[in-house]
Design a protein around this ligand. Structure first.
Ligand SMILES: [Zn+2]
Length: 76
């Protein structure tokens, strides 16, 4: 009786466990940025919608560059 692929995989996982190898995937860390004006920490995303929302609601008289210099964002 041969071993199935599942058996082989379980065997490999068991071996890895014994060797102390952790195979679970690591999540990408969340990156945050601080508003330069009020020091509030906000999560940066691909389009940084949260940053734009923060700037337009909290600091409408300041620019995005003043709140979050160097951050890329999608212009509304
Ligand atoms: Zn702010």
């Amino acid at each position: 009786m041969g071993q199935s692929k599942k058996d082989l995989r379980n065997q490999q996982q068991k071996k890895n466990k014994e060797l102390g190898i952790v195979t679970k995937q690591q999540k990408a860390p969340n990156t945050t940025t601080c508003c330069k004006l009020c020091k509030l920490e906000l999560r940066t995303t691909k389009r940084n919608v949260e940053l734009v929302t923060h700037q337009t609601s909290k600091h409408p008289s300041s620019s995005m560059a003043e709140c979050f210099p160097g951050e890329e964002y999608e212009k509304a």
